[in-house]
Design a binder for this molecule. Structure first.
Ligand SMILES: *Cc1c(COP(=O)(O)O)cnc(C)c1O
Length: 379
């Protein structure tokens, strides 16, 4: 699905040299590399505060702790996402409220959010799924009208740009009150282990969160709040510093690959290619409207599962993200849910397939993969 080795070859000298420098310095935790990376990422995103942490799941949890959400508070998020999003809500004793997504973008449906708001609702967690921002115009307007926090789960969309209806552009993760991201190796900006970060423009919240990630300490050995231990280490930070200047180029290579897939699949009646909305028609050359963390097709004629098998038999990796709606997972099922409210997610889990998508895909690979798909579903 990803070619981390190929990508490493392109930055090998720089990464090797800077890793050796960290080893020589022995500043493994809270070293200068972490601080420099934090500053560079703040600049890249156009956000006031980046707080690095251990992984994207921690980042989400810490966002909710920082906002002071309390047991019983309801947090609305998408039914169609990676489990981490709902897991941390439940872990904190908050009440997850799962809602349906849109069929064309796979992102949370704003009208479903609106329907789910109650007097107990405190926050909305839009997930910018597969590399494209959720409808942040609609979500920010709802949040304002109902006095709710917006926590962006930006694990899949770092570098993506949201174009607001009035034309203003903002990077994903710099739009809501606070955002989380993951630097898991296969993410668009990945390190060589685990890593994550929290972003916010709110000075006070940033201060609170800096203490939370460090055992609730604001002064050495004074623990004012219950915190966690969640750190990005210097070795990961130095890898991320090598990759950050290349992120836009990496994302545009993904977009190029997506365009080629789209061309190969155009006119095919039994599949739907991913739709790019967000101010742009189609996939544009200049704007990071979609950073294609995944390239995800919908297979409409019931052949999704056999296609997965066919690709595997031909040594082409593929993935089904996600095969089970969260509201049907044992851990998150809730008698208050009504199946009729999840018609899109219930359908998508049977239709979606994600094809190989990374920075090193070449034309021949794309031709080979798309031919396998087309031949199989038309057979
Ligand atoms: C990867 C991912 C996470 C979790 O990140 P980790 O670093 O693996 O903890 C959270 N949300 C989404 C949508 C993700 O894709």
């Amino acid at each position: 699905m990803v070619d981390l080795k190929g990508q490493y070859e392109g930055i090998k000298n720089q990464v090797n040299t800077s890793i050796l420098k960290v080893l020589e310095s022995s500043a493994f935790i809270n070293g200068p590399e972490v601080h420099e990376f934090q500053k560079e990422l703040e600049q890249y995103l156009g956000v006031k505060h980046v707080i690095p942490c251990a992984n994207g799941t921690d980042a989400l949890q810490i966002c909710m702790m920082g906002l002071g959400l309390q047991p019983g508070d309801e947090v609305i998020t998408a039914d169609f996402t990676f489990a981490a999003t709902v897991e941390v809500i439940a872990l904190l004793g908050l009440t997850p409220v799962l809602v349906d997504v849109e069929p064309d973008t796979f992102n949370i449906d704003v009208s479903a959010i609106e329907k789910a708001i109650t007097p107990k609702t405190k926050a909305i967690v839009p997930v910018h799924l597969f590399g494209q921002c959720a409808d942040m115009d609609g979500i920010m307007a709802l949040a304002e009208a109902h006095d709710l926090y917006v926590i962006e789960d930006n694990a899949q969309a770092i570098g993506a740009i949201h174009t607001f209806k009035e034309g203003r552009k903002q990077k994903s993760g710099a739009i809501g009150h606070v955002a989380s991201t993951s630097f898991f190796p296969s993410k668009n900006l990945g390190c060589y282990g685990d890593g994550g970060a929290i972003f916010t423009n709110d000075d006070e919240l940033a201060h609170t969160i800096r203490g939370i990630v460090n055992h609730g300490m604001y002064r050495r050995y004074h623990h004012d709040v219950v915190g966690v231990n969640s750190r990005l280490d210097s070795l990961q930070a130095t890898v991320l510093r090598a990759k950050l200047p290349k992120l836009d180029e990496y994302n545009s290579r993904r977009r190029e690959a997506a365009k080629k897939y789209n061309t190969a699949f155009s006119g095919q009646p039994h599949l739907v290619t991913p739709k790019t909305v967000n101010g742009c028609e189609g996939i544009c050359d200049t704007c990071d409207c979609h950073v294609f963390h995944q390239y995800t097709l919908r297979i409409l004629n019931g052949k999704r599962d056999s296609l997965v098998q066919h690709l595997q038999e031909n040594s082409v990796p593929c993935g089904v993200y996600y095969p089970i709606p969260l509201h049907k997972q044992k851990a998150y099922a809730d008698s208050r849910y009504d199946e009729a409210d999840f018609s899109v997610t219930n359908q998508l889990v049977n239709e979606v397939i994600s094809l190989p998508m990374h920075t090193e895909l070449d034309d021949e690979q794309i031709r080979f993969i798309s031919k396998l798909v087309i031949d199989h579903i038309n057979k």
